[in-house]
Design a protein around this ligand. Structure first.
Ligand SMILES: Nc1nc2c(ncn2[C@@H]2O[C@H](COP(=O)(O)OP(=O)(O)OP(=O)(O)O)[C@@H](O)[C@H]2O)c(=O)[nH]1
Length: 361
């Protein structure tokens, strides 16, 4: 067969979807068609009498070509692994995600891409007998070549036996930005919920949080058979103070009184809140009448002895009246009874001359 015949044969075979190449006896390529240059499929080689070699290879299956096209143009990293997680194929998206080339992953396992502390759990969830393959995507931290980590979303699918690619197809998607956004959102939500339960003027928990805490502590005390005390604190003659200095200076006084109350509530579990207006409340779990009275007296004296000259020149005397209620909750009653009693005691303290503590048990 002369060279012209070979050319004709190469064209004919290309038309049939078959790869074809002719080399001289030194292995130098003489003729080949496009399909032969295409890929790594196994070829059949014939050696002619004169030493030239003819290599004929089947056209790659359409599905192989499609898979390669999809995988190689995907921004997701597509990895095929064996049952022992050895990497058999990695698409070019390795560079963005892992900072390496696909060939750098050969000889490595998928497990090595996961940060050590999450490795065992990740494998158990996706690759053990108990794992449900193809289950929803999961975020994990991938280990990059330079030792840094990156949040990645993984999807694992089991492949049918004999597919020639591997046992699992793992799709890895960059989730760094999403994770950052989720974290920022979580933080914003936490800040929002803190704001929603905090009084802006004093920085103390607001009425809403007070109600929730009192309710929770009331049920806890009922369950434990423990005492629970409540203090209602009201600034004396505050209207007169507002009228004298104006509302804004009045706010300054309230903020300062709030700080005094907060600074005197030190036991974990105790909670001071702004109940509303010029009124504060303190919940004292595990505290009986004697302990609550002692604390209330401490609070009253702390306010009465504070120098308010930082708010108005020369200062201004401020006092608070405090109503205390304490009881061991009984089933059938509610925390409202405690509030009612503390309020009544506060009213009593006002009636008895202010700047004093009264208790109703
Ligand atoms: N500056 C300021 N004033 C407030 C605030 N909330 C309530 N007040 C004022 O606090 C005053 C409370 O007045 P009253 O309830 O009559 O009681 P009082 O003048 O403190 O007198 P006694 O409680 O009987 O000692 C009112 O003038 C309210 O307007 C606030 O957030 N800031």
């Amino acid at each position: 067969m002369n060279e012209a015949d070979f050319h004709a044969l190469a064209q004919l075979l290309e038309g049939q979807g078959v790869g074809f190449a002719l080399t001289d006896h030194g292995g130098r390529a003489l003729i080949s068609n496009k399909l032969h240059r295409h890929g790594s499929l196994r070829s059949h080689t014939l050696t002619l009498n004169d030493g030239r070699r003819v290599a004929i290879m089947p056209r790659p299956a359409d599905t192989d070509i499609r898979f390669k096209l999809l995988a190689e143009h995907s921004t997701d990293l597509i990895v095929a692994v064996d049952a022992d997680l050895a990497i058999r194929y990695a698409s070019p998206a390795t560079s963005g995600l892992l900072g390496c080339l696909p060939q750098d992953l050969h000889g490595h396992t998928l497990a090595e891409l996961v940060v050590p502390e999450e490795r065992a759990a990740f494998i158990a969830r996706h690759f053990t007998k108990a794992a449900q393959h193809g289950r929803g995507p999961e975020l994990f931290r991938a280990l990059r070549r330079d030792g840094s980590t990156r949040w990645v979303e993984a999807r694992v699918a089991s492949l049918p036996p004999g597919n020639g690619l591997g046992d699992y197809l793992v799709t890895l998607r960059d989730a760094e930005q999403r994770k950052r956004a989720e974290e920022a959102l979580g933080q914003a939500n936490a800040e929002l919920s803190a704001l929603a339960s905090t009084d802006a003027l004093t920085g103390l928990p607001n009425r809403r949080q007070f109600d929730a805490t009192l309710q929770k502590e009331w049920y806890r005390a009922l369950r434990d058979g423990a005492p629970l005390a409540l203090m209602m604190i009201d600034v004396d003659h505050f209207k007169a103070l507002n009228d004298l200095f104006g509302h804004q200076t009045g706010d300054g006084f309230l903020a300062r009184v709030g700080r005094i109350i907060r600074d005197n509530v030190r036991r974990a579990g105790d909670m001071a809140a702004r109940y509303g207006g010029e009124e504060f409340a303190v919940v004292l779990p595990g505290t009986g009448a004697a302990g609550a009275l002692e604390m209330a007296e401490l609070m009253r004296r702390a306010v009465a002895s504070t120098d308010f000259s930082a708010i108005v020149e020369g200062g201004y005397p401020i006092s608070v009246s405090i109503g205390v209620a304490a009881s061991v909750p009984l089933a059938g009653a509610g925390s409202a009874a405690l509030v009612h009693n503390a309020d009544a005691a506060l009213y009593q303290a006002k009636r008895n001359g202010r700047n004093r503590v009264e208790i109703l048990q």
